[in-house]
Design a protein around this ligand. Structure first.
Ligand SMILES: *[C@@H]1O[C@H](CO)[C@@H](O)[C@H](O)[C@H]1NC(C)=O
Ligand SMILES: *[C@@H]1O[C@H](CO)[C@@H](O)[C@H](O)[C@H]1NC(C)=O
Ligand SMILES: *[C@@H]1O[C@H](CO)[C@@H](O)[C@H](O)[C@H]1NC(C)=O
Ligand SMILES: *[C@@H]1O[C@H](CO)[C@@H](O)[C@H](O)[C@H]1NC(C)=O
Ligand SMILES: *[C@@H]1O[C@H](CO)[C@@H](O)[C@H](O)[C@H]1NC(C)=O
Length: 236
């Protein structure tokens, strides 16, 4: 018994090392994530807000210079302090952004009003837009048929990974799509295109499936590794 124990000590040590490494791995990954900055909300334009003044033909803030001073991460929100005379279009489509026109961009999400109102007091609105896609994201108002955007009511940002999406945003509900539909020509059936559509649900579901697959693969790896370590212990 004694000599056997002595002989097997290296094997036991090896098994313990394998077990320790396997069990420590998820903790180490978590520690890495928490080094990234905490989720933040960014008020667009700061105190200037996201407002267009039709009288002066100007925006309340300088959004490109505001954005240049901020760092954005997945899971952060942009908070637009605005009114129902402007909107918020979020897209990854650089062409739609440069044209100030979301009408042909099915990938855009549109929040808030649309400049359809006439003169008179405007209803204040706060619009919270979650950042769910890494890389360049574009924002503009399509109020007043793009004129607000042409006058500077637009900006682009680069979204970094940071901590990644929090669970609450991994499978977000479809983003609101408020598209104004032209009435179909008389006598034609409504095709249904261009109406209310789910936001990025498809992409998010794909991401979810990938994450689930990765988690399952990780689980299998853990099982195999623990099994191998136990086998070494039993053999010892
Ligand atoms: C950011 O805004 C969202 C949406 O309004 C809210 O749910 C969340 O609690 C806010 N987070 C912080 C850190 O203020
Ligand atoms: C606003 O300014 C732009 C560019 O200076 C000009 O083209 C446009 O006609 C102006 N709009 C109004 C309503 O004054
Ligand atoms: C991007 O926007 C342009 C111009 O609005 C449009 O023609 C194109 O189809 C859009 N691309 C996507 C992928 O929606
Ligand atoms: C709202 O937008 C319309 C169209 O651009 C404009 O005529 C009107 O003056 C705006 N109202 C305010 C209060 O800015
Ligand atoms: C915003 O500020 C930058 C530099 O500070 C300037 O170049 C740009 O023209 C400004 N944009 C607007 C719409 O005023």
């Amino acid at each position: 018994m004694g000599p056997h124990l002595l002989r097997s000590a290296p094997a036991v040590a090896a098994a313990v090392v394998v077990l320790a490494a396997v069990l420590a791995a998820p903790a180490a990954a978590q520690a890495g994530d928490s080094d990234a900055p905490a989720y933040r909300n960014h008020t667009v334009g700061g105190a200037d807000g996201w407002v267009f003044d039709a009288k002066t033909n100007a925006t309340s803030g300088n959004y490109s210079s505001w954005a240049a001073g901020e760092t954005f991460y997945l899971g952060d929100y942009l908070i637009f302090k605005t009114n129902d005379n402007s909107s918020v279009v979020q897209t990854k489509n650089a062409t739609a952004y440069s044209l100030c026109d979301a009408s042909e961009d099915d990938s855009s999400d549109i929040y808030g009003g649309g400049g359809a109102g006439g003169p008179g007091p405007k209803q204040a609105l706060t619009v919270a837009v979650p950042l769910t896609e890494e890389g360049t994201n574009y924002f503009f108002s399509n109020g007043d048929d793009g004129a607000q955007c042409q006058q500077g009511m637009r900006f682009e940002i680069k979204v970094e990974h940071g901590r990644g999406l929090p669970p609450s945003l991994k499978n977000p509900p479809p983003a609101p799509k408020e598209r104004v539909l032209a009435p179909p020509p008389a006598g034609t059936a409504f095709s249904g295109t261009g109406g209310v559509e789910p936001g990025d649900g498809e992409a998010d579901r794909t991401g979810g499936d990938k994450a689930a697959a990765a988690a399952a693969a990780g689980g299998r790896f853990l099982g195999v590794a623990v099994g191998a370590a136990l086998a070494i212990l039993v053999a010892a």
